[in-house]
Design a protein. Sequence first.
Length: 223
Amino acid sequence: MRKAVALAVLLCATQAHAQFASSIALLSDYRYRGVSLSDGQAAAQLSLSYDAPSSGGYAGAMASNVRLSREDAVQGMVYAGIARRFAHDWSWDVGVEYTQYTGHYSYRYAEVYAGVTYRHIGARLYYANDYFGLGRPALYAELNASQNLGERWYIFGHAGVLQSNGAYEDRRRNDYRAGFGLTLASFDFQLGWTTFRGSEYTGYPVAAGAGRSALVASVRYSW
């Protein structure tokens, strides 16, 4: 969900009106880059964002409950960047985000990213020098797309690859997500299938009982 929010912020940042926005969401499972950060359980999230098209700048924050290594915690993330159009239906953006987790392990790390968007298709590349604060650099590339099916219904898809480098070995994981959504007034409902292939251990702990694949339902209310 976090990446869907980031893509939405990117698209909003290219419009001709400045705005503050906020939302709350409930998810049946919080999947981050294919892996459950809620141990296969439900999660609640709060998101805030702001965009200023006169400068192309945008910023935001997100908080979510998580469960890592069988310990309940909170994930907090802030980000800021700039997005500009460079051709008809095309835009680029660059930015930085910082993520930290509460709890015993207190994972924390920063990432820089750059992306390009064409209509409802967006690609981004992220780099972290110290992924999850474990001394391992990592690259993550993702492709997101959506297509309207009338006024309220839409379909979406996501593909990503995470490459984590260590002193003794390199590890790679691919993740995929696809589904459909329904927008009703200020509510957005989604149902999607998500899975990952490759190494489970690329930085952060994997939920023991969550599994590699899941059907995830979510509802988001924005104001």
